[in-house]
Design a protein around this ligand. Structure first.
Ligand SMILES: Nc1ncnc2c1ncn2[C@@H]1O[C@H](COP(=O)(O)OP(=O)(O)OP(=O)(O)O)[C@@H](O)[C@H]1O
Length: 356
């Protein structure tokens, strides 16, 4: 187990090109031992490239990978003691589940008693005891994925467990259960886990630290609450939260920024001045039917359920925004009055949060 440090790291799949494209733009970051991380971002933003550089499947075109200060950049996956689980389960088809789980320890010539003990522990943790003697090919897709995972966990020397969209093949109802098991594994073995996903719910329910990526860059890293309350860019505001944050183009006067025909205003600060693209933003969760905040009148244009809440798409003077409410009784076409909580208003200038 180790702290993993990426030092001045960048990666181009074609570094010799006249003007190379970078799948990962220059970055420095540390992955702390025992922490749970999620790499979250749209398709093609560089998540798998980052994961494969940590595991040693890809040599970075620039920079170094350090495990507890030791430079492992030139070493392969086996030498780094990394366990990696992919989207599609990898099982040894001719073996039983027990033999699959034992395989990494057999290869390392561990003693029979140790192998039996570790296989038993992992099978119990993952709920695979009752299928240990079955042929692995006879399992369901999600059980096979548990076997892939178990093979990574059976060793006591792994530096990190890297999970590249491993829940895609899993039945939606079992995803929750598997995430719970992964968390139990993290706690039982204090093993660093990095989950790659483009599903924000998966990221937010699994990891203590979320790394949001876009176009080969880390745009923000933080715990779920920080990303929800203070997204540093519009991209994070759109990507985290369902429905996405409301971003309303603001009109400027000398002293204020205003949206919704002046119903909602914030004082202009020096950091906001001079920007072409100024927006006032707020979460649909921070719009209520009563209580404190700016009074806003709007017409209900559309309504749909998300869980027990209703999401209202509203129009106020031609500007659309959304509210997430648990206590609304009405119909499409109603004119209603809402409150937007002032302490949750954020201002974005040219796509970036204005710090206040
Ligand atoms: N082997 C490769 N050769 C050339 N370009 C590649 C290769 N693998 C990935 N890329 C490019 O690098 C960029 C990042 O890809 P990567 O697979 O890391 O993204 P991702 O966020 O994991 O995407 P996805 O969620 O679709 O798996 C993309 O533009 C992709 O086309």
């Amino acid at each position: 187990m180790a702290d993993i440090h990426l030092e001045s790291l960048a990666h181009s799949y074609d570094p010799a090109a006249a003007s190379p494209e970078y799948a990962l733009k220059p970055l420095d970051m540390t992955w702390r031992n025992g922490e749970t991380y999620a790499l979250l971002g749209p398709s093609g933003c560089g998540k798998s490239t980052m994961l494969n550089i940590i595991s040693g499947l890809i040599q970075p075109s620039h920079g170094r990978v350090l495990f507890d200060g030791d430079d492992v950049t030139g070493r392969g996956t086996a030498a780094r003691n990394i366990a990696q689980v992919f989207q599609v389960p990898v099982i040894y088809r001719s073996m039983t589940v027990r033999q699959n789980l034992a395989f990494p320890l057999v290869c390392r010539r561990r003693k029979r008693a140790e192998i039996d003990r570790r296989v038993g522990d992992v099978a119990e943790l993952l709920g695979l005891q009752h299928v240990l003697n079955r042929p692995a090919v006879a399992l369901t897709a999600d059980q096979k994925q548990l076997v892939s995972l178990g093979r990574g966990l059976v060793r006591d020397d792994v530096s990190a467990l890297l999970l590249d969209e491993p829940l895609t093949v899993i039945d939606p109802q079992l995803k929750f259960e598997l995430r719970r098991k992964l968390k139990a594994v993290n706690q039982a073995f204090n093993i660093t886990m990095v989950l790659v996903t483009h599903d924000q719910n998966e990221a937010l329910t699994f990891a203590r630290s979320i790394i949001v990526m876009n176009h080969g860059e880390i745009v923000q890293q933080g715990d779920p609450q920080t990303l929800f309350d203070n997204p540093r860019t519009e991209h994070v505001g759109y990507f985290i939260g369902s429905p996405a944050m409301n971003f309303l183009p603001a009109a400027q006067t000398t002293d204020t920024l205003a949206v919704l025909d002046g119903q909602l205003q914030v004082p202009m600060t020096s950091a906001m001045r001079g920007g072409d693209d100024l927006k006032i933003a707020f979460r649909p969760e921070h719009v209520n039917l009563g209580g404190e905040g700016y009074r806003v009148s709007a017409r209900v244009e559309r309504v749909w359920f998300e869980g027990l809440d209703q999401v209202l798409e509203l129009d106020s003077g031609g500007t659309r925004f959304r509210a997430r409410l648990d206590d609304w009784r009405g119909t499409v076409g109603d004119d209603i009055e809402l409150r937007v909580m002032d302490r949750h208003l954020r201002v974005f200038r040219d796509g970036a949060l204005v710090e206040t």
